[in-house]
Design a protein. Structure first.
Length: 111
């Protein structure tokens, strides 16, 4: 599955793909992917990515989310990768922290 489809479905799930989405998670998450700065910069460092001069938050976040997707989609189902993004740790549909509503929404957008 192309990561671009995953990244688009994730943006739709997180913010209805709204570039100007309001802050979420009590002011910690922003942008169309509703990423936390610590998540963004942690994964950016992992993938050796840094923002380009005058690059927008959206563009930089998109590059990092794409790298995350490319990396994890080789090993896990798309919904599992989306849940990892959402929860901040891996989870399985049988786990108590699995967010079924989020998973269903994501899979609807992915289809």
């Amino acid at each position: 599955m192309p990561a671009i489809n995953f990244v688009r479905a994730l943006a739709l799930t997180e913010s209805s793909d709204n570039l100007n989405a309001p802050l979420g998670d009590h002011g910690c998450a922003l942008g169309r992917w509703q990423v936390h700065p610590d998540w963004l910069f942690g994964w950016a460092a992992h993938y050796h990515l840094s923002p380009h001069l005058n690059e927008t938050w959206d563009s930089f976040a998109g590059r990092v989310v794409s790298a995350f997707a490319d990396d994890h989609l080789r090993l896990y189902l798309p919904v599992e990768v989306a849940m990892y993004f959402h929860l901040g740790h891996r989870s399985h549909p049988t786990d108590t922290d699995w967010d079924k509503a989020y998973a269903d929404r994501f899979e609807g957008f992915l289809a």
